[in-house]
Write a protein that binds this ligand. Structure first.
Ligand code: NDP
Length: 283
């Protein structure tokens, strides 16, 4: 029997309604949550993402300030802006949209953002907290994947989880979150041998590779939960994930589509993290 398609949009909507209620409660205490979104340069995809983030903030009542800087902005100028935002009490979250122009070192910028305002969860302090089992601000995409599993009431403890991809923004934190939830976790990457033998052991399979339709139905264990993080645009203009949806859906128990699966959860968790960051704001 084909697997059930996970409606990421519906889960995201439900969480956003809860976020909206929290924002109302904060406002009644005189706190207006504020997120700064910094965009350097004119990358078209980044412009779209930043636009979506600002709109999502507006919809739940979070104040967002989008700062668009020219591609010629120097590293020192960007660092100075981050310092200013770190010091502003009305800004609880700071997001610098990646990728940055080549002349700016991303790592330096990530390190400069106060860990208390690091709503992307990329600062090594937040990453380290996640890996030692006391998470603070957690990277949005893997956090969204975890929320999907939790919202669907799917068991994680004791399950075999396989994460394909080991990037700092998705694969590694995803593995840490699943481990924290007591799954037995295997991380695969481009040097992994016999990938399909490993993916076939997964009760929970999270794929973040960046290759269209890379994981096919034969690589999926019958009944598995498949979370497809990939977003790939084909030459035809069509958006597809890293999982070949039609063949994998025949085998999986649950599967996220692309679009409409993991994607809507990422921005939702950004909103969530902005509210969480208020707890770290210096009083
Ligand atoms: P990266 O390119 O940073 O990482 C890709 C990972 O896939 C690497 O660890 C790489 O291994 C691994 N990989 C590459 N080829 C293979 C292979 N043949 N077999 C096994 N593993 C392989 O990508 P990201 O993690 O940033 O993103 C992954 C995908 O998720 C992209 O499509 C991206 O667009 C999407 N994405 C979606 C988001 C959302 O909101 N839904 C948010 C962020 C990303 P190695 O380390 O050895 O090179």
């Amino acid at each position: 029997m084909p697997g059930q398609v996970i409606d990421g949009k519906a889960i995201a909507l439900k969480l956003r309604e809860a976020i909206m209620e929290r924002v109302k409660a904060l406002k009644s205490q005189g706190i207006l949550p504020g997120l700064a979104v910094v965009l350097v340069g004119e990358d078209p995809a980044s412009q779209v993402y930043v636009g979506h983030k600002a709109k999502a903030c507006q919809e739940v009542g979070i104040k967002s300030e989008v700062m668009k800087l020219p591609a010629s902005t120097s590293e020192a100028e960007l660092l100075a802006l981050v310092e200013k935002l770190n010091a502003r009490p009305d800004i609880h979250g700071i997001l610098v949209q990646l990728p940055l122009p080549k002349h700016i070192h991303e790592e330096k910028i990530i390190l400069a953002i106060s860990p208390d305002k690091d709503v992307d969860g990329f600062h090594p302090l937040n990453m380290g907290q996640l890996f030692i089992g006391s998470p603070r601000l957690v990277p949005c995409t893997p956090y969204g994947c975890l929320k999907i599993l939790q919202e669907l009431g799917l068991d994680i403890a004791g399950k075999q989880a396989v994460v394909v991809g080991r990037s700092n923004i998705v694969g590694k934190p995803m593995a840490a979150l699943l481990l924290q939830e007591h799954a037995t976790v295997t991380i695969c990457h481009s040097r992994t041998r016999n990938l399909s033998e490993i993916t076939k052991t997964a009760d929970i399979l999270v794929v973040a590779v960046g290759k269209p339709n890379f994981i096919t139905g034969e690589m999926v264990k019958p009944g598995a939960v498949v979370l497809d993080v990939g977003i790939n645009r084909l030459p035809t203009g069509k958006l597809v994930g890293d999982v070949d949806f039609s063949s994998a859906a025949e085998v999986a128990g649950w599967i996220t589509p692309v679009p409409g699966g993991v994607g809507p959860m990422t921005i939702t968790m950004l909103l969530f993290n902005t509210l969480e960051a208020i707890n770290y704001a210096r009083k």
